[in-house]
Structure formats: C-alpha cells, structure tokens
Write a protein that binds this ligand. Sequence first.
Ligand code: BV8
Length: 250
Amino acid sequence: MNNQTIEHAAAIIAGARRLVVTTGAGMSRECGIPTFREAPSALWENYDPADLATPEGFQKDPAMVWKWYAARRETIAKVAPHPGHFSLAELEQMDWDDYLLITQNIDNLHRVAGSSALVEIHGNIFLFKCFDNNHPVPTLPDSDEVPPRCECGSPVRPDVVWFGEMLPYDGLRRADAAISACDTMLVVGTSGTVYPVAEFPALARTAGARVIEVNPERTPITGLTEVYVEGTAGEAIPALVEAVRRKRAG
Ligand code: BV8
C-alpha cells in the first residue's frame, strides 16, 4: 500500500462536501467471507452463485437455495466487522453536506459497525420475505419445512436481490440522488461486474465527481479513477480515514 496514494486520496476526501462510498464483496474479504470471484467454499463448489442467486434457481430447488443462504448466514454470523468497516462508520460522522454508503454486500457488517447513512442495495441476508407476494417475514416460522412458509402459504426466501430482479426502488432512488449530487466517490472492493451498480462510478464521473478506488487488483473502474489505492480494505481504509481526519484537523 503506497502512502503517497493514501495521502493523495485523503486530500481529495478531506476537501469533499458531498461524499458517496460504495463497497463490494472485497470489503468483507478480511472478515473471512469469500468474494464471488473466489472459488466457492467446498460445500458449494459444484454450484455457480449466478445459478443459485436467481428466482429460477429458487423455484427449481427451493430447499437447496434456502440451504445455501442458511450456510452463508452461519458463516457471516460468526464474523465481526474489521477495522475498515469501523473506519467507514467514523468517516460518516465527520462534517459533510451529504454522505451515503451504498453496499452491494448482504452481510449486514456495515450496519453492525455503526454505518447508518447506508443503502444495502442488494438486500440483507438476515431479512426475509415470501417468494410469491413479497410479504415481509420478520421472524422465521417455527417449522420443519425447508424453506418454511409465509402465513399466505408462499415459501420464504432471503430478502436479497437475485440476478434478473429489480433493485429496491427506494434504495435506487436514494443512490441515484446521492451519486448525481456528489463531488467525490470512494469505491472499495468491487470487481465492477454486476449491473446496475457497476455503472455507479461512471455516473459519478458524469456528475463531475472525483473517483477514488481501493482494491488490491485493478478493475474496469480503475480507468475512471483520479486515485487508485492498491491495497486491501482492512489496511487502506483505516489509513485513509486517519489521514482525512488529520488533514481536516489542519
Ligand atoms: C437487474 C445478492 C434489471 C444476492 C447480488 C438478464 C436479466 C436481467 C438482468 C441481467 C441479465 N443479464 C445480466 C443482467 C444484469 C445483471 C448482471 O449485472 N449480471 C452480471 C453477472 C453481468 N444484474 C442483475 O440481474 C441485477 N438486476 O439488472 O435488473 C431488470 C430489468 C428488467 C427486469 C428485471 C430486472 C441484479 C444484480 C444483483 C444480484 N445480486 N447479490 C447474493 O449475494 O446471494 S450480486 C453479488 O455479486 C453481490 O451483491 C455483488 O454485487 C456481486 C459481486 O460483485 P463484487 O461485490 O464486486 O464482488 P466480486 O467477488 O465480483 O469482486 C470482489 C472484488 O474485491 C475484486 O475486485 C477483488 O479484487 C476485491 N478484493 C478482494 N479482496 C479484497 C478486495 N478489495 C478490498 N480488500 C480486500 N481484502
């Protein structure tokens, strides 16, 4: 991780008034949650997330998709946010005219770390609804059925956005408003391959924003950035937020 790029990125963020932060699976990698790019855990090595995370996949084998999410919930429930998650929650508390964190992650870790100006744009693995009518299911029914059923009789599913499904309207509206008004966007730990979120950095650039990326590898987003910090979220984000605090303290 290059201190010069950290200082350069921090100078831009310290001078920002309207900041949007976007995060992907790389943000949670140092908590021990595998990214989508990595070979799935042995348990699911014969399945492709793009097949499982679809309405068709659920309709074809609801029990198998339910078990896949249950296994992911079990893994996620055992991990805690890392210093990068907590640093983003601190960044939110600094003085902004507007601040929004948009995450593609469904692992609830930004919420646990204290981020509140937050859009979980692909949903949250710990929330549930029914498949046929989108009835919220606040607590899972005590049933041996896999998946359990909603009071309306429809199978329960995780309240996440599957491939081929529209993103939540309210989340998209909040994201669109923040991105079109922002002067700076910080993009952390995403391969920039899933749409429409993959377009967010380009939308920010079109709105005149300065784009900064934190990722150990270059991505299709890197070409859009003013500063590319070659580093991991767990190391680079705490260093970046500390440098912003120092620069704002003058
Ligand atoms: C939509 C929730 C429109 C579920 C996810 C056919 C029909 C309809 C749409 C499409 C279609 N064909 C294509 C599309 C569009 C599709 C899409 O983009 N497909 C891709 C594969 C091409 N998009 C959709 O379907 C979206 N909906 O378009 O609806 C529509 C229009 C009309 C009618 C109906 C619909 C919905 C997409 C949401 C899918 N749900 N998640 C679940 O998680 O189970 S996506 C899921 O994968 C994640 O949420 C995330 O978005 C994505 C993974 O991406 P990343 O987060 O970037 O993770 P990745 O592993 O790729 O990369 C990790 C990065 O981290 C890497 O760069 C790595 O270098 C870096 N890294 C690694 N370690 C670290 C690190 N960085 C920092 N620190 C580290 N330590």
